[in-house]
Ligand binder design. Structure first.
Ligand SMILES: [Zn+2]
Length: 83
């Protein structure tokens, strides 16, 4: 019986140590952090014209950039044509 208690205690200590290591790794891993923020807010892209952050799914994509509105897309294209 004493042996069994020692084995159970050892297993519990190992489990506690493993879950602690996993928690520490998750906190420091950048991939885990990105995954966590992605599920909460969605992937945000920056409008280069007005600087607004827009969810990628709602953004207007043109010439490799993302825009919050049709107006910003037009402004950006006018700017790039002028340069
Ligand atoms: Zn904009």
């Amino acid at each position: 019986m004493r042996f069994l208690i020692r084995v159970v205690g050892l297993l519990f200590a190992m489990y506690a140590a493993l879950s602690m290591i996993r928690r520490v790794l998750a906190a420091f891993s950048p991939a885990g952090h990105v995954a966590a923020t992605t599920t909460v807010a969605g992937h945000l892209v920056k409008d280069p014209v007005c600087g607004t952050y827009v969810p990628e799914r709602k953004a207007i994509q043109a010439s490799g950039q993302f825009f919050c509105s049709e107006e910003c897309r037009r402004k950006f294209q006018q700017l790039t044509i002028e340069q």
